[in-house]
Design a protein. Structure first.
Length: 130
């Protein structure tokens, strides 16, 4: 999977996903002004992260920041919440899914599966009418 840069050389997004960087317990994601997709899953993940007590900042991300990240992950309709284990063949953090990515991923899947209340009104449940 590719990580795209904007016309100024800053991190924009994946080829079809938004990107989040975790450093020292804070989540960073490029701002919409960086010409990124205004992703629905991105918005949901930002809300979930805040619900879990994490600070989320929209800011310009340099390529070098990717190499110093504790965790990286993609978000998107198809990607859902997908950890990024390496960038340019260099491991991200420990080289495996980090604890913040895991917590956000778990809450996301729990909400989608109905195991955790959808407090934001994101889902429309479809029931079988037997």
């Amino acid at each position: 999977e590719a990580i795209s840069l904007d016309i100024h050389g800053y991190v924009a997004e994946g080829s079809g996903e938004n990107l989040f960087l975790v450093r020292d317990g804070v989540l960073y994601t490029p701002p919409l002004a960086a010409s990124i997709l205004n992703g629905i899953t991105r918005d949901a993940v930002m809300a979930i992260a805040q619900d879990l007590g994490y600070e989320v900042k929209e800011m310009t991300i340099t390529r070098e920041m990717l190499y110093l990240a504790d965790e990286l992950f993609f978000t998107g309709t198809a990607a859902e919440v997908t950890p990024i284990r390496s960038v340019d063949k260099m491991p991200v953090g420990s080289g495996s899914r980090g604890p913040i990515t895991k917590a956000i991923q778990q809450r996301f899947f729990d909400i989608v599966a109905g195991r955790y209340p959808d407090e934001h009104g994101w889902l429309d449940y479809v029931y079988d009418q037997d």
